[in-house]
Design a protein around this ligand. Structure first.
Ligand code: ATP
Length: 442
């Protein structure tokens, strides 16, 4: 973990947030390379959900959330963790995460601590008008259920996907970006006919494992954890957690839950007219009937399967898998990030051999522009004149190919293309570069 954290800071992937003022615990900033990596991971998820499935639509809902949404979702009453104080070190911990140095007799009785952040809304700052920062992206998917159905004519089974920020006032944020207070989630709510839910859950577990494999996290490295009944969230009939061996231990990367009809039923008006299977609070505020009619005209409240993944945890897993320290013989080593090319922050680096040679630099710019125009991600021209250093830097940040432009290039329109993983260098014609490049980074 220490090496990863150091690399992230050194190369500009991830920084401690608000660092110049001593930081703010549990929040991080993504630097120039981090933002590219993060966008690439989110795009890969979005493509696999929304673009590859005609039965899934996207959504981008607000972060500020009406407290009634989180009252009926059960978050106000249940979204809490048990907290204890240690009288000896004067620190506060989540009851299941007390460090071994704290003696049992020094700990207070656990009490519940709600993890939601509140903020004032409007010009009066007396607490009478507040909103929550959403603790998950899911709830606004449920509250938009009717809007999406009415505007897209979708019929079950269908899904709504969303990527966005979520906020949790974690008692003990830790392990770099693994447990933070501000993070992003990639959530799908997939609505199915009751009775088809169990099969749908199994299918989504498999699809999600395959997706993580395609991001460079092998299926063998993920353990499936069937959450025991007494640990299930209040809405869940079954939850399968994808557990990954992070640098600090085996922990949840993504959760796939069968949320039954709990959420739609909870947010629905006229609940008596619906055949609701879960135990929900009577809703006195909603103006929407969160149900669909079957061919006979009977109302059905769909069951929901929810694959919910954290972007930060995904990035940590992807970086952890990609990070390799390779022995090059003769006591030499290199650090290389063997990221899947579609995730690499920079797809290709163009390195002019001489930084002050106009012809070489002009040709390098042309090469850069022609590859950049393909729209496959960021291509940079790095005019430092130090090829060896360029290769080392781009190995460390996971750039799949480096392209060197030299004196020969001006004579015969060829360049050297170097592969990150094999370190092989091949001379190719510039006219063939586009095809070679496309094949390398796809
Ligand atoms: P944990 O048990 O680790 O606190 P959780 O079960 O509360 O996680 P969910 O509510 O299922 O998490 O959220 C779905 C996903 O969101 C998680 O699998 C994780 O990837 C991500 N996530 C949740 N809390 C955090 C956090 N504090 N920091 C970073 N990612 C998080």
């Amino acid at each position: 973990m220490d090496e990863l954290v150091a690399l992230c800071k050194r190369r500009g992937f991830i920084f401690q947030s608000n660092e110049v003022y001593g930081g703010l615990q549990g929040v991080y900033d993504f630097g120039p390379l981090g933002v590219e990596l993060k966008n690439n991971l989110k795009n890969a998820w979005w493509e696999s959900m929304v673009y590859e499935n005609d039965d899934i639509e996207g959504l981008d809902s607000s972060i500020l959330t009406n407290p009634l949404v989180l009252k009926y979702s059960g978050h106000e009453s249940t979204f809490s963790d048990p907290m204890v104080d240690c009288k000896s070190c004067q620190k506060r911990f989540r009851a299941d995460q007390v460090p071994p140095e704290c003696k049992k007799e020094d700990l207070t009785e656990p009490r519940q601590f709600n993890l939601m952040f509140k903020t004032n809304v409007g010009p009066i700052d007396d607490g009478s008008s507040f909103a929550y920062l959403r603790p998950e992206t899911a709830q606004q998917i449920f509250t938009n259920f009717k809007n999406v159905i009415d505007s897209t004519s979708k019929q079950i089974p269908f899904g709504i996907a969303q990527i966005g920020k979520a906020f949790r006032n974690e008692i003990t944020p830790r392990n770099f970006i693994f447990r933070v207070r501000e993070f992003e989630q990639m959530e799908l709510e997939y609505f199915v006919k009751p009775g088809n839910d169990e099969q749908a859950l199994d299918e989504w577990v498999q699809k999600r494992l395959n997706w993580w494999r395609d991001q460079g996290v092998p299926i063998e490295k993920i353990e499936l954890y069937n959450v025991p009944t007494d640990e299930l969230a209040h809405y869940s009939k079954k939850t399968v957690d994808l557990m990954y061996m992070f640098p600090h231990g085996l922990e949840e990367l993504e959760g796939i839950a069968n949320r039954t009809d709990f959420d739609l039923a909870s947010h629905s008006k006229k609940q008596d007219e619906l055949n609701i299977t879960s135990n929900v609070e009577k809703n006195k505020h909603s103006n929407s009937k969160m149900a669909v009619q079957d061919k006979k005209g009977d109302w059905i409240v769909p069951y929901v399967i929810e694959p919910s993944a954290g972007v930060e945890r995904g990035i940590l897993a992807v970086l952890n898998e990609a990070f390799v320290e390779e022995d090059l013989g003769d006591g030499k080593t290199r650090i290389v990030l063997k990221l899947k090319p579609h995730l690499s922050p920079i797809k290709a680096a163009i390195l002019p051999l001489k930084k002050n040679n106009e012809e070489i630099v002009t040709l390098s710019k042309e090469v850069k522009n022609s590859l950049q125009k393909l729209g496959l991600g960021r291509v940079i021209l790095e005019n430092t004149g130090n090829i060896g250093k360029g290769y080392r830097r781009h190995d460390e940040i996971g750039t799949p190919v480096c392209i060197t432009v030299d004196f020969e290039s001006i004579e015969d329109s060829t360049v050297t293309i170097r592969d990150r993983d094999s370190m092989d260098q091949v001379r190719v014609k510039i006219s063939e570069l586009t095809e070679i490049y496309k094949n390398k980074i796809k």
